[in-house]
Ligand binder design. Structure first.
Ligand code: CP
Length: 313
């Protein structure tokens, strides 16, 4: 595998899940694979889980991770072609990606969407510029439209906790005070579409995700109806895709409660705002899988890095 930038880079999700479980059972088994290899982690945005779990994954494989907060510490990077750079940007991605490629064997990038320019966000300007101008493999640590390390993590977690052969999985929108990206919801939907699960989405009117992502997945605007017989409720806020990047609904009735959840397991990528997105009574009981999910971030990242390292040989 050259790059991991989308859930579509997963050829067979069941094989990947089984391999991730083996890595989890014996995380240091491939410690020699990454010896003398450097992973560069470039963050244009904040992170707790991705930043630490991806470094942990690299260390488990014997790699040396180096990290940079690009937005705060690097020169402002220009992504436009042919730009007269007499504004705030001091370095072009053509030089930046080529230079970092000399220091790193794999580059991992986090760059969120603008949520104001739909066309630019859908073009994945930053991620694709790194793919174009870097000479080493690229890993997506959450881009404008996808978070495939999280999506793989969530698939692993559902496989570990499923009690029936074909569980019902609901992706539910929940309220939030800020405009949030679609990336986690998009990659989760793509991952579930690859798995043998009954998958549905629940969101208010005006909050349908990109139809190119949701495809044939049933969409409910009635949360209670969607939750019927659910085994897993995966919750995430996202801003409107149609009225791009806008918060058009903050209805607290969409918050996840213990009463709504019933016997289903609660999942969320974290960070989560308590008693806005989900009530304490869910997070503070064994209905919640959020800590187990965060643990699996390491093994999802480790599997991706392992497959790329194997391709470097
Ligand atoms: N879930 C997730 O990506 O967490 P961070 O934003 O903290 O990395």
């Amino acid at each position: 595998m050259k790059n991991y930038t989308s859930i579509n880079d997963i050829d067979n999700i069941n094989t990947w899940i089984e391999e991730a479980k083996k890595l989890k059972a014996n995380p240091l088994e491939h410690k020699a694979l990454g010896k003398n290899k450097t992973l560069g982690l470039l963050f244009f945005n904040s992170s707790l889980r991705t930043r630490l779990s991806t470094q942990k994954a690299a260390l488990n494989l014997g790699m040396d991770p180096i990290v940079m907060n690009v937005s705060g510490d690097a020169w402002g990077i220009e992504f436009g072609d042919g730009t007269i750079m007499n504004g705030n940007t001091a370095e072009h991605i053509k030089e930046a990606a080529a230079v970092v490629s000399q220091y790193c064997d794999i580059i991992a990038v986090r760059a969120f969407p603008t949520l104001t320019d739909k066309e630019k966000d859908n073009s994945e300007q930053v991620l694709n510029a790194f793919k174009k101008y870097a000479s080493v493999p690229i890993v997506n640590m959450e881009s404008a439209t996808g978070h495939p390390l999280q999506g793989l993590t969530d698939a692993i977690t559902i496989s570990e906790h499923a009690k029936v052969k074909k569980p019902k999985v609901v992706l539910s929108w929940a309220p939030h005070i800020k405009a949030l990206p679609h990336a986690v919801a998009n990659s989760f939907a793509q991952a579930m579409q690859k798995m043998d699960v009954e998958f549905v989405i629940a969101n208010p009117e005006g909050y349908n995700l990109n139809p190119e992502i949701t495809g044939d997945t049933p969409i409910y605007h009635n949360q209670e109806e969607a939750f019927k017989d659910a085994d897993f409720v995966y919750t995430k806020n996202w801003s409107s895709y149609q009225d791009y990047g806008k918060v058009i609904n903050t209805d607290p009735n969409w918050m996840i409660t213990k009463a709504k959840l019933g016997d289903a397991k609660f999942m969320h990528c974290l960070p989560v705002r308590r008693n806005v997105v989900v009530e304490d009574a869910v997070l503070d009981t064994d209905s919640s899988l959020v800590i187990q999910q965060a643990n699996n971030r390491t093994y999802a990242a480790q599997l991706v890095l392992k497959r790329i390292l194997e391709g470097l040989k």
